[in-house]
Design a protein around this ligand. Structure first.
Ligand code: SF4
Length: 559
């Protein structure tokens, strides 16, 4: 590898060097009935297997209660009905009876105790899904537009989805430790009798990537995957109804650290145009560039975006072309007009229908008023629609014959889920990360806090005369930015319990980063901070100008 770094490798790099199969001592701990947790080292390896060891932070005062988060990788967020029903059952049997849709179209189990972990992962694999590479220093779940075609572009959408599936499969790590540990009866087989320590992944080598690697594909004009926020984005170029190829975007990313100016959110650069037959090689080569040039001494600056920030897009293009032998074309024009999910019934190009359902903060669970887990189980068992998870952590039931619409609408309503008027525009467009009580990095509430805050903001909108206003609000419990808060018109980033940074000024098409407006705002003061801004916006906006655009025009220009 050509990395010339001279500083000492980070602790994670040394761990990977010592156990390139990523096996660690996971199997031994699994087999030990006395152990209620994995070692800190194994916790790092577990991430590559799609598992985070956590503890319930609400219970810390009485001692740590270790639980696992298990993430299922599903490119493009697509599930068969049988797979969905299996995951629903597993979450009830082994987890906390909920499923969490992530902002990257994956599903998470929470609250899995160690003694149930192996059965959970085995059950996921039994339904032909996997958890490998759902987390870890590898290519994560590949995102793609979730909607079936509705406007004559169904074929292109299916082509794009097929590309996401292929990339995900081709870029998955090949460690034999995963089947050895999680799939009963499979021997650790390296094929040549080499010792396990000699294992080297054909793409990732012995030490994998310096950090995670995210890929997303978008089809303009809809930017629901937030394509500029990915390490690698592909923007489909459709000409005369045919997929001509993709513009390659490289070097985006959200995560940053409080108080560390060397870390920052970044929009991806547009590198050039790829024909469809060039995509696999270009993507694979980009992964190798991250592998070889990413910072392995400092995990806070180890993402590909910092390679681009330090070396520039021209350097990257030359490196890509030299390594791959490809010649990229000039990027082709594209325009995004909007992001966000679609709700209610929509007719597909093929004559079937899909229904978009709001899953507030992505948590599939039953409450007395809204039994979404029970509703989905009943509808999926009865009508067998395809399930698609959206980048806004909502859900689609797809490929539904027209004759089933009425019965499905009634079945959902019986459980408290209306298909029409599912919520205000601000609620439907909002996102929160998981944060407390399970995420170990959470500094402030997010998933548990945002729904109530949205209720207050709905009241504020009514008070200032902005009812039904659509303003994109995203909240995260820490600056890692899992819910992509730095793209929102209003972004709230946790700093400490009850305290957030306030960012303003993202746009509807998700092509612009917002900016820090307030370094600290207490949770009880968020509405009061927004009130004067919304009043000024209401009086001073130009025509249908959105809040984020008004912020950029009025507040930024005067900054
Ligand atoms: Fe956890 Fe931070 Fe991600 Fe929220 S943004 S889920 S607190 S890592």
């Amino acid at each position: 590898m050509s990395n010339k770094q001279t500083a000492a490798p980070s602790a994670n790099e040394l761990l990977k060097q010592g156990s390139p199969t990523l096996a660690g001592t996971i199997a031994q701990t699994l087999a030990d009935p006395q152990a209620d947790r994995f070692s800190d080292d194994d916790n790092q390896f577990l991430k590559f297997h799609g598992i985070y060891q956590q503890d319930d932070r609400d219970l810390r005062k009485t001692g740590k209660k270790f639980i696992m988060m298990v993430r299922v990788r599903m490119p493009g967020g697509v599930l068969t009905p049988a797979q969905y029903l299996d995951l629903d059952r597993l979450s009830s049997e082994y987890g906390n009876d909920t499923l969490r849709i992530t902002s990257r179209q994956a599903l998470q189990f929470h609250g899995v105790v160690k003694s149930r972990l192996a059965r959970t992962v085995k059950g996921i694999n039994d339904t032909l899904l996997t958890t490998i590479a759902a987390c870890g220093d590898v290519v994560r779940n590949v995102m793609a537009p979730p909607y079936p075609g509705t406007d004559g572009n169904g074929a292109v959408r299916e082509q794009v989805l097929a590309s996401a599936l292929k990339l995900s499969k081709d870029l998955a790590p090949t460690t034999p430790a995963y089947p050895e540990i999680w799939l009963e009866g499979q021997p650790l087989e390296l094929g040549t009798g080499r010792p396990v320590g000699d294992f080297s992944d054909p793409l990732y080598g012995k030490t994998y990537l310096p950090r995670k690697f995210k890929i997303g594909i978008a089809i303009p004009p809809h930017n629901e995957v937030d394509v500029f926020t990915h390490c690698l984005g592909l923007v489909a170029i459709v000409e005369n109804g045919v997929l001509a190829g993709y513009n390659l975007l490289v070097g985006g990313g959200m995560g940053r650290s409080h108080g560390n100016e060397e870390t920052f959110p970044r929009l991806a650069d547009v590198v050039g145009f790829l024909t469809p037959d060039q995509v696999d090689a270009a993507v694979r080569t980009t992964v190798t560039i991250h592998r070889d040039f990413g910072d392995r001494t400092n995990r806070k600056r180890a993402r590909l975006k910092y390679v681009l920030a330090d070396r520039g897009v021209d350097w990257f293009r030359a490196e890509l072309e030299q390594r791959s032998g490809l010649k990229l074309g000039a990027a082709r024009p594209f325009t995004f007009t909007h992001q966000g999910d679609r709700f209610g019934w929509h007719k597909q190009t093929d004559g079937n229908w899909f229904v978009g359902l709001c899953v507030e903060t992505g948590r599939i669970k039953d409450t007395p008023a809204r039994r979404i887990k029970a509703a989905l189980r009943e509808v999926v068992a009865e009508f067998k629609p395809e399930i698609r998870l959206t980048p806004g952590n909502n859900l689609i039931l797809a490929n539904i014959p027209s004759g089933q619409r009425e019965a499905i609408t009634a079945m959902l309503a019986k459980h408290g889920l209306p298909v029409e008027n599912q919520g205000s525009a601000v609620r439907l467009g909002s996102m929160a990360c998981v944060s407390l009580p399970t995420c170990g990095l959470g500094l402030a509430e997010s998933e548990r806090y945002l729904p109530g805050l949205i209720t207050e903001i709905e009241g504020l909108f009514a008070e200032v005369g902005l009812e039904n206003e659509e303003i994109i609000i995203r909240m995260t419990g820490c600056p890692n930015g899992c819910a992509r808060p730095y793209m929102a018109e209003v972004g709230l980033v946790g700093k400490a319990p009850g305290k957030y940074q306030l960012y303003l000024g993202g746009n509807e098409s998700s092509t612009r980063l917002n900016r820090l407006f307030l370094e600290t705002v207490k949770d009880g003061e968020i509405v009061n901070e927004l009130r004067p801004l919304l009043l000024r916006y209401k009086d001073g906006r130009l025509g249908g100008e959105r809040f984020g655009d008004w912020v950029a025009r009025v507040l930024w220009e005067k900054a």
